[in-house]
Design a protein around this ligand. Structure first.
Ligand code: ZN
Length: 364
């Protein structure tokens, strides 16, 4: 069961104490699909650690300035840490680190991925990007249209700090007399850092575990043969094994909650359901990723969500393909067509009831 720590949510831009020395800032995101990110402030003897930053436009900086004035109890900020490179987690990291002249903590995989994506321009839409969309099932006209809108993340991310301190799985950060251990999760992003404090049994989970939204697991044009769903399953299972069921989870979206194991099991089931539904949909004829979207998402998708949904559909198809459960052939238009080839499907279908269609893909 999922139980939220508080019966209500703080107002946008407001701060709430989660436990002594741990503050939760609900930072607004100026986007219709996802209107907030949860940021956390950890108090140390000589200053504050900021975990995640908010996005690089809108009121983010003004809200931070107000928090600095009203909530730090006269202490400075001593470090900025981003769980992963996505723009709502790193959007003003450069500004924060410069504002306070403090170090920036991140894993190497996230830091360099963020560096690359934040500098992309339309010139980075190359023949390989073109081919990615062709494989998905788009025609030339549609690809040209997508290209005309392709701009990278530069608009929503201010430049990242030009230096960082590297976090790896197992790094111990000593904050306020207790250890916070870095646990790396994979699948949503390359090397996502969560922070677990055994002394308080608290997990700052970023986008690795969120109570209501299911994190986007995507295959994009830069690594079309990636298998992030395999990594995602491995991470969920590891968290299930290593973290206590009664851990208090501080997620980057929705609200702090108890029920970690329930949520992890739900997420595993959710993706298993999607895998089975895709296999079933590919039983008769070969289908393209674009044609298969309604199997996973039973609602209208705008242009932004279409990209996330397509990436997520491909993540499932790559997983099935690399396990030998679906075959993949190129058709006359250059699109990949997927066909179920696993003979155990009818039996697996009988054994499993699936119904969790249409969980919203994440907007970040
Ligand atoms: Zn994210």
């Amino acid at each position: 069961m999922i139980e939220y720590l508080f019966p209500d949510l703080p107002e946008a831009g407001d701060v709430r104490e989660v436990s002594p020395g741990i503050l939760w800032l609900r930072m607004p995101l100026p986007m219709p699909s996802l209107d907030h990110i949860n940021l956390y402030l950890l108090e140390d003897a000589d200053g504050w650690w900021l975990v995640d930053t908010g996005i690089g436009f809108g009121d983010t900086q003004a809200i931070w300035e107000r928090v600095f004035e009203e909530h730090l109890g006269g202490k400075p900020v001593k470090a900025v840490l981003s769980t992963h490179y996505h723009p709502d987690h790193t959007g003003v990291a450069g500004w924060l680190c410069e504002r306070w002249r403090v170090p920036f903590y991140m894993t190497q995989g996230e830091y360099f991925t963020g560096m690359t994506f934040s500098r992309m321009t339309q010139d980075d839409f190359t023949w390989a990007t073109d081919q990615y969309f062709q494989h998905c099932g788009f025609d030339a006209g549609r690809i040209a249209e997508i290209k005309s809108r392709f701009g990278g993340m530069g608009e929503v991310m201010r430049p990242l700090p030009t230096a960082y301190r590297r976090l790896v799985d197992g790094t111990q950060l000593r904050i306020n007399g207790v250890n916070w251990e870095v646990m790396v999760g994979r699948g949503h992003s390359p090397e996502h850092a969560c922070l677990y404090c055994a002394a308080h049994n608290i997990l700052v989970s970023g986008d690795q575990v969120i109570p209501r939204i299911s994190s986007n697991i995507s295959v994009g044009g830069t690594e079309p043969e990636a298998n992030p769903l395999k990594d995602w399953f491995a991470s969920l299972e590891r968290f299930l094994e290593e973290l206590p069921a009664d851990t208090l989870v501080l997620p980057a979206h929705n609200a702090p909650f108890h029920g970690l194991h329930t949520r992890l099991r739900y997420l595993i089931d959710h993706h298993e359901d999607h895998l089975l539904a895709l296999e079933e949909a590919c039983l008769e004829d070969g289908r393209t990723a674009l044609e298969l979207l309604p199997v996973m998402f039973d609602r209208e998708l705008d242009e932004h969500n279409l990209g996330l949904a397509l990436g997520e559909c491909l993540a499932h198809l790559n997983y099935l393909h690399q396990r030998g459960q679906v075959a993949r052939e190129v058709d006359g238009q250059g699109a990949y067509r997927y066909r179920s080839v696993d003979e155990t499907l009818p039996q697996r279908r009988r054994e499993r009831h699936y119904g969790a269609r249409g969980d919203a893909p994440m907007q970040v």
